[in-house]
Design a binder for this molecule. Structure first.
Ligand code: AP5
Length: 234
């Protein structure tokens, strides 16, 4: 990814941003529970870019009981997608915030073909372009186990898994489970992924932006592959 086109990432041998105005614009794509949030936390340690998770933004709005939260609660808890207009409007506002000047890491957006088209239009208006779309590939049979074993730390935002990434004992009592992490809702979310979100894959493949990552390996190996495909030395 050592490109020198206007608006594209310019990285040195250590993977640091180089030059004034250098930016990194990435998308993390993949089924629910593929490890997008886990990997996003690691990627933003490398570059000073915001991790923009539409799911997280909606969860905050629901917790704060804002008008947006009231609109999206039912969709989320039942494993449905939030309507495109609401998501696109929220992302549009977010990408105009000052911390996106160095780029961004989108997690969970776009999730439908219309969202991908809206993002393209928005970036064109802003005179920006994407660097890469990272697709975390994990088969359905692994997803269910990952989702039902996931626990979140409400104090730090850290994502744990009871088996694959066990929390320290002192943290365990305060961990919470997401309301949409039941087996029934997980199956609905997976079905939605196959029906709507997978259509986004060929969209980015045709533009030469898609990078396939084996999300079945352990988190460190997944991170390693991500930096490898981005051309960033470890
Ligand atoms: P969102 O929050 O985006 O959920 P999601 O895409 O379903 O993804 P998850 O957060 O469930 O999983 P993840 O891939 O981040 O996995 P994680 O790293 O936690 O969206 C929630 C809802 O909001 C949607 O259903 C929808 O209603 C709405 N929404 C959001 N964006 C929208 C949009 N654009 N349009 C419409 N609606 C939208 O990992 C999962 C577990 O596995 C963890 O326990 C973790 O510790 C473990 N794990 C991670 N990596 C590994 C590994 N390599 N090996 C073993 N275990 C691992």
């Amino acid at each position: 990814m050592a490109s020198r086109q206007a608006g594209a990432a310019v990285l040195d041998q250590a993977g640091r941003l180089q030059g004034e105005g250098a930016v990194v614009r990435l998308i993390l794509l993949g089924p629910p529970g593929a490890g997008k949030g886990t990997q996003a936390a690691r990627i933003v340690q490398r570059w000073p870019i915001p991790h923009i998770s539409t799911g997280e933004m909606f969860r905050r709005a629901v917790d704060d009981d804002t008008p947006l939260g009231q609109q999206v609660r039912q969709y989320m808890e039942s494993g449905q997608l939030v309507p495109d207009e609401l998501v696109v409007q929220m992302v549009r506002r977010r990408l105009h915030e000052p911390d996106c000047a160095q780029g961004f890491l989108l997690d969970g957006f776009p999730r439908t073909r219309p969202q991908a088209e809206a993002l393209d239009q928005l970036l064109e208006e802003m005179g920006q372009r994407l660097d890469a779309v990272l697709l975390l590939e994990v088969p359905d049979e692994l997803i269910l186990e990952r989702i039902t074993g996931r626990r979140m730390d409400p104090e730090t935002g850290t994502i744990y898994h009871l088996k694959y990434n066990p929390p320290p004992p002192e943290v365990l009592p305060r961990l919470v489970q997401r309301p949409d992490d039941t087996e029934e809702t997980c199956r609905k979310r997976l079905a939605k992924y196959h029906r709507e979100t997978e259509a986004v894959i060929p969209y980015y493949e045709q533009r030469g932006l898609l990078r396939r990552i084996d999300g079945t390996r352990d988190p460190d190996q997944v991170t390693e592959q991500i930096f490898q495909v981005l051309g960033v030395p470890q």
